[in-house]
Design a protein around this ligand. Structure first.
Ligand code: SF4
Length: 337
């Protein structure tokens, strides 16, 4: 099944990248700016929490000003989901663990009539603890299954997230049987470095097995980092080609330039490039020329100077001090910055 969310197709064979707004919902102008930044980084869908009734006018303004289709994230109150649909949400994420059955049925009726996409977003942290003592795979799958029955006839996307990676893997492998597109993520993964690794492990395994139609990397930090991390995972598996791939060596005692400084500067400057270009920055002549030659553009350093390679050929010699500027001049000339 393909689910159309404001023109973005989930389940059509291309893994869709999404993220979530982290500011209080009344900061409408700043949220609209965040969404522009996220779009530039490659984000394709944005989710916004609608925590209560007073949030609705703000949500409506965000939907109107957003450059991306907006998904409303709803917990506890069915009425909020219905009001978010009225406000123009492109999709609603509901959590069946915290909305009563009667409320879910009311949302399902409206979504069925209007063909409004719904994500049944089960989370290990909010399953009904009166029924399930612990968040086992069975508990998560039963919660999903019961909601799928209630939402029969509605365009659905399913997720059942946990911060426990083996549990997440088991649940998603079994969730394929429902036949709906799957939203994958490792929830509450942590700050960017640790959370990026945890997400890379969990989501990488699922994606390599062909599981996952849309992805959100949940990080404690700037949402743009979530998008960058998502593309890093997808690029690594050759599932998407978006933005630069930066190859750099770890350095060792052979390295005679401050490669870390150069790599950090380059990384900063390429963060909002969308072109799928491979850049290599290497510390010495051991692996440097090979990697730099195989990249679209690269520098293999030696003692204080380096050789700049472009599409496999040496273009010129550069000093460590001028390396970054020369690299970006060449990217510009090639229309690549
Ligand atoms: S490329 Fe050279 S400097 Fe970099 S890790 Fe390998 S041997 Fe060390």
């Amino acid at each position: 099944m393909i689910v159309d969310v404001g023109g973005v197709k989930i389940g059509a064979g291309v893994v869709v990248v999404q993220s979530m707004i982290k500011r209080p919902i009344d900061e409408v102008d700043r949220i609209i700016e965040d969404i522009k930044r996220l779009k530039r980084a490659g984000c394709e869908l944005i989710r916004v929490s609608v925590p209560n009734k007073p949030s609705l006018p703000y949500f409506k303004k965000i939907v109107r000003g957003s450059v991306l289709p907006v998904i409303a994230d709803i917990h506890f109150h069915a009425d909020l989901a219905l009001a978010a649909i009225d406000a123009g949400a492109a999709k609603i994420r509901i959590n069946p663990g915290n909305i009563k059955k009667g409320g879910l049925k009311r949302i399902a009726r409206v979504a069925r009539r209007g063909r409004i996409p719904i994500r049944i977003g089960v989370n290990a942290g909010s399953i009904d603890r009166r029924r399930f003592a612990t968040p086992t795979p069975e508990a998560l799958l039963t919660t999903v299954r019961e909601a799928v029955d209630i939402f029969a006839g509605v365009p659905l996307v399913l997720s059942a997230k946990s911060s426990d990676i083996p549990l997440t893997l088991e649940v998603y492998r079994r969730m394929k049987i429902f036949g709906f597109p799957l939203h994958i993520g490792i929830t509450e993964a942590g700050p960017p470095f640790r959370g990026g690794i945890r997400s890379g492990v969990g989501l990488g395994i699922l994606l390599a097995e062909g599981i996952g139609d849309t992805i959100r990397v949940s990080l404690t930090g700037d949402p743009v980092m979530e998008v960058v991390a998502a593309y890093e995972i997808l690029n690594s598996l050759d599932l998407r080609r978006h933005g630069p791939i930066l190859i750099s060596c770890p350095t060792c005692s052979r390295c005679r330039v401050d490669l870390l400084r150069i790599v950090n500067k380059v990384e900063e400057r390429i963060s909002d490039l969308s072109l799928p270009i491979k850049i290599a920055l290497m510390g010495c002549e051991v692996n440097g020329p090979g990697e730099a030659r195989d990249a679209d553009i690269g520098i293999a350093f030696g003692r204080g100077t380096g050789l700049l390679f472009k599409k496999g050929r040496v273009v010129r010699k550069v000093s460590a001090d001028e390396a970054i500027e020369v690299l970006f001049n060449h990217l510009r000339e090639g229309g690549e910055e």
